[in-house]
Design a protein around this ligand. Structure first.
Ligand SMILES: Nc1ncnc2c1ncn2[C@@H]1O[C@H](COP(=O)(O)OP(=O)(O)OP(=O)(O)O)[C@@H](O)[C@H]1O
Length: 585
């Protein structure tokens, strides 16, 4: 929890310091009230006093109450500012930290947990910082000041107050023992609820198509029920606080007046009035003491929960990304568009089996290298090692003769035009999706965007959209078809003008005609660029300069189409399963 405070700025520490003055002022004015109350009690009981004196004392009392209110408002304002500022900063830090994560870290913590940590956990912290500043600092000052004010009055009254505080502390301890273990559980269960909700929303079409609503509801109800019952348990324990406090405070008042009645009864005539006034004042101070401890109770209950949240946030902030940036910003060896896999083997972090084994090949500038193989043979995994979504477990991946690990990631990515297997579009416009990101060169002009869309065979449908290049694209590209999404996604890569294109099965949603036209235009327009194409269709890769056939993570054939048709059994099987002998010939 303390670690989180290092994210407070100097200015915010200054605000906290400044707030302290107002907190002390507020306590001072609050504790001044019983003094005036005692004065008024005495004035009322003494016949010789004018009404105006009572009004004056009452006026001072009102002023004190008003000043206390103003001080409390200022402290509240500052506390809210500091808390909101801290939570904004933490959210930004978490966001940029998560951006630096590789798939290994993201999968390790889980997307749903990362969302809960960036929202719910930060809110818990924000609440405790806002409340804490007002209460953690105020309560002890109030308690100590009030105790000083009543010290030496009457040991019987002091004993009664001490007893009340003792019972209060016992109550807090019981609550804390029962409730704290549940706080950690609540955050974990919130992650789970988040995960089930996300899964349901992202797979809504499949859920509907398979009438799986009740199955999903059952899953949701289970997650919801678990969270609710844990929250209910905690809230039930917490519910004891309010009435418990009421009983303690009323009991204390009653004890003070009861003890007071005995004391006044046994006192001489001259002391009766003083004792009565003392009793009124003592009871007011005693209430303040109990109130102070009550405030601390609330904080002691909120702190453990916030501590759990702080730990979860720190966990993310302290995670060291496994993909570490290199230093090289550009290759100075004059080589461009070259890719080499040198004895590369790879296994996923949570798995013991190698998915790629001893991969060796080279792609030169201007060449089209295609990867084919059955599903799960490791094609996407191989491609993912180039932009460093994962790092090779053994061996080296070299771009322009330099290990990808030695590049600054930004520079490496600027050399690549990556088109993923599942086209990803962001909410915005066609133009914002095509001219997406930073290529390290100039910003994209409308001309660049138009040209990229035209190469990707997307101009025709984009021209027909309302607003054309400024036509809106909804989240995930929900308002365009699968093939259209793929073409916009291809245009995005073209717009970057990369040295190496990576098409991970990116033509699968296109009809054969568009697929053929797109590839021939792409080849013409980007003749100096290296193309890496993962495909399932023989038709898509037939004309490639080099076809690499993968089987169970191993290269079982490299060559041109006609060579592989003669020499590679796996390739033959794939080819004959798609086209007849005549078509292949
Ligand atoms: N994140 C992951 N963690 C663990 N194993 C994975 C992960 N992603 C993929 N795999 C495994 O790696 C193997 C290769 O998967 P990959 O996605 O590279 O195959 P592919 O040839 O691209 O298949 P497809 O043509 O179906 O896309 C598969 O056996 C898969 O189960």
């Amino acid at each position: 929890m303390v670690k989180i405070f290092k994210y407070l700025k100097k200015k915010e520490w200054a605000i906290i310091g400044f707030s302290l003055i107002f907190i002390v002022a507020q306590v001072y004015f609050d504790l001044k009230l019983p003094d005036y109350m005692a004065e008024i009690t005495l004035l009322v009981q003494t016949d010789s006093n004018a009404l105006s004196e009572i009004f004056i004392a009452g006026g001072w009392m009102l002023l004190c109450a008003l000043l206390s209110l103003v001080a409390s408002f200022i402290v509240g304002y500052f506390a809210a500012r500091v808390a909101a500022g801290l939570s904004k900063r933490l959210r930004s830090k978490l966001f940029s930290k998560v951006e630096s994560f590789s798939m290994e870290e993201i999968n390790g913590i889980s997307t749903s947990s990362l969302i809960t940590r960036s929202t719910n956990d930060i809110t818990q912290l924000q609440m405790v910082v806002a409340m804490g500043l007002q209460v953690i600092v105020k309560a002890p000052i109030l308690a100590i000041w009030a105790i000083i004010k009543i010290s030496g009055k009457s040991w019987q009254w002091s004993a009664a107050t001490g007893g009340a505080v003792g019972v209060l502390l016992l109550m807090i301890l019981t609550i804390v023992i029962f409730a704290i273990p549940k706080f950690k559980k609540i955050q974990g269960l919130t992650d789970n609820l988040n995960r089930v909700t996300r899964e349901n929303l992202s797979g809504l079409r499949v859920v509907r198509a398979y009438n799986a609503e009740s199955y999903q509801e059952e899953k949701f109800e289970k997650a919801n029920g678990e969270l609710t019952s844990t929250q209910l348990f905690v809230n039930r324990v917490m519910a004891i606080i309010q009435p418990g406090m009421g009983v303690i405070m009323s009991g204390l008042s009653l004890s003070i007046y009861w003890i007071g009645a005995y004391l006044i009864n046994s006192a001489g005539m001259g002391n009766k009035l003083i004792l009565f006034s003392d009793m009124v004042v003592f009871s007011a101070y005693a209430m303040q003491i109990v109130m102070a401890f009550m405030m601390l109770t609330i904080i002691f209950i909120m702190l453990p929960r916030a501590a759990v949240s702080a730990k979860r946030i720190n966990e993310v902030l302290d995670t060291k990304p496994t993909i570490i940036d290199g230093h090289i910003t550009d290759s100075t060896n004059g080589i461009e568009g070259e890719l080499e896999f040198r004895n590369v083997s790879f296994k996923y972090p949570d798995s013991s089996d190698y998915v790629l084994k001893n991969i060796n090949f080279k792609a030169h500038r201007g060449e089209t290298v295609a990867f084919i193989g059955s599903t799960g043979s490791g094609k996407s995994t191989l491609i993912n090692l180039i932009p460093r979504f994962y790092d090779a477990t053994e061996g080296e991946v070299l771009v322009n003769g330099i290990n990808v690990k030695d590049y600054q990631q930004k520079s490496l990515h600027n050399k690549l035009g990556y088109v993923p297997q599942r086209a990803v579009l962001f909410s915005g416009t066609v133009a914002s999706n095509v001219g997406y990101g930073d290529s390290g060169c100039n910003t994209y002009s409308l001309n660049d965007i138009e040209k990229a869309l035209s190469i990707a065979q997307a101009s025709e449908f984009v021209e027909k959209m309302e607003g054309r290049y400024e036509a809106s694209i909804s989240q995930g590209g929900a308002n365009v078809s699968g093939g259209q999404k793929q073409r916009i996604s291809i245009a995005r890569a073209v717009c970057r003008k990369p040295e190496i294109y990576i098409f991970d099965d990116s033509f699968s949603a296109l009809d054969y005609k568009t697929d053929r036209i797109l590839r021939s235009v792409l080849k013409k327009e980007t003749s100096n660029v290296t193309n890496l194409i993962v495909a399932q269709r023989i038709g898509t890769i037939k004309d490639a300069d080099k076809i690499i056939v993968l089987d169970e993570g191993k290269i079982v054939g490299i060559g041109k189409h006609h060579e592989l048709l003669e020499s590679c059994e796996v390739y033959q099987q794939i080819a004959y399963s798609q086209l007849s002998k005549e078509e292949l010939a």
